[in-house]
Design a protein around this ligand. Structure first.
Ligand SMILES: Nc1ncnc2c1ncn2[C@@H]1O[C@H](COP(=O)(O)OP(=O)(O)O)[C@@H](O)[C@H]1O
Ligand SMILES: [Mg+2]
Length: 357
């Protein structure tokens, strides 16, 4: 893939940012240190940067990088890490590789900060990241582009509090059961609940409202869950899709989906033409949302053969076991090669942008 071929006169300094403020900070730590360990050191000079719970940045030594959790790291920052005030980031790195996931990291906030600081970063820009995090807005845009999405009713908390009865009636009429309730903007299956009857709605909605002021009630999708990575910017290409195999108890266990319970199989066990359809839908989604660099699109192959998009992940997990690496491997791309492509793409798109990405 040419990731080790050319010689650079000077190594590119890559600030790998991990941790952060979201419910996914522990996964982010795993993503960040995996990128740190796999990155091609002949071309890049990686700098591990920890974002603490107040969004402050710290350059951390290896000793801290290897700690068990973000809490363990946070306890020792003052003594063992070097603070990086925002305004000095541009002088410290040539590009930021975002290992963050979820709120404030994946949703356009961090991207906006980096735009103001003038630092190029991996992945999608401000607007695409924000849209990608909002499952409702995202679905409306995909629909306009002719992409199938689950039928969805957004429920603002105020409407639920003021007129819960009407909301239940609308759900019974418009979606029926089983349905799925979730916060509009979260990750890691946080507060995602399958609801089998109207009586289950209040508890599921109340839980979703702990995470966002808007909850979604959506059609329960049957069929095969698939996920497909996409790389590139102007000419995005799909990797080989994986199938997500739920463990049998995932759906029955208190009707709750547990993060990481599903096992993945790459390639998905589907006929060649359906694999192509999944790849086309992933690329169509990437284009419709104006995503950049890389993303992983979660979808369902419905029993009638239509491909419904569940959600895009604009900064997908980069932990060692993540499907993105399996999908890249199936295309002959090594982990170092994948990281290299993501960083190159960032340098390229930021060099040619006019205004924020
Ligand atoms: N409408 C749905 N029908 C069937 N399964 C769903 C539905 N919504 C979510 N799930 C299951 O729950 C998981 C997490 O939901 P998702 O919407 O992707 O939220 P998150 O952003 O937390 O990952 C999915 O990967 C899927 O297995
Ligand atoms: Mg998901």
């Amino acid at each position: 893939m040419g990731e080790t071929g050319d010689q650079y006169p000077k190594k590119i300094r890559v600030g790998i940012i991990m941790g952060g403020l979201s419910s996914e900070k522990e996964v982010s730590l795993e993503s960040g240190r995996n990128i740190f360990s796999k990155i091609d050191r002949r071309r890049y000079d990686p700098i591990p940067i920890f974002m603490d719970g107040r969004a402050a940045l710290w350059e951390i030594p290896l000793k801290l990088l290897m700690r068990n959790s973000t809490c363990d790291i946070a306890e020792n920052l003052a003594d063992e890490a070097k603070p990086i005030p925002y305004e000095s980031l541009k002088a410290a790195v040539d590009v930021v590789c975002l290992g963050l996931h979820g709120k404030y990291g994946e949703d356009g906030c961090m991207q906006g900060l980096l735009e103001l600081l003038g630092v190029p970063y991996t992945g999608s820009g401000v607007l695409a990241s924000a849209i990608g995090m909002d499952k409702y807005v995202c679905r409306r845009i995909l629909e306009i582009n002719g992409i199938d999405v689950p039928q969805t009713i957004p429920v603002p908390r105020r409407r639920w509090d003021a007129d819960g009865k009407a909301v239940v009636e609308e759900i019974v009429r418009g979606i029926g059961f089983p349905c799925v309730v979730k916060p509009c903007r979260e990750g890691c299956s946080t507060a995602v609940k399958k609801v089998v009857a109207a009586e289950g709605l209040p508890a599921a909605l109340d839980e979703a409202f702990l995470w966002d002021n808007v909850a979604l009630v959506e059609e329960y999708l049957a069929g095969m869950e698939v996920t497909c990575g996409v790389l590139g910017a102007d000419a995005p290409e799909a990797l080989i899709p994986s199938e997500t195999i739920p463990t049998t108890d995932v759906l029955s266990l208190e009707d709750k989906f547990l993060y990481g319970q599903g096992e993945n199989k790459t390639p998905a066990r589907l006929p060649a033409e359906q694999i192509e359809k999944v790849r086309e839908t992933a690329v169509g989604t990437f284009r419709a949302l104006n995503l950049k660099g890389y993303a992983r699109i979660d979808m369902f192959m419905r029993e009638d053969g239509r491909v419904a998009v569940l959600e895009p992940n604009t900064l997908p997990g980069m932990t060692p076991s993540t499907v993105l690496f399996h999908q890249a491997a199936a295309c002959g791309i090594t982990p170092a090669g994948l990281i290299d492509r993501i960083i190159r793409s960032a340098l390229e798109v930021h060099a040619h942008k006019r205004g924020p990405l």
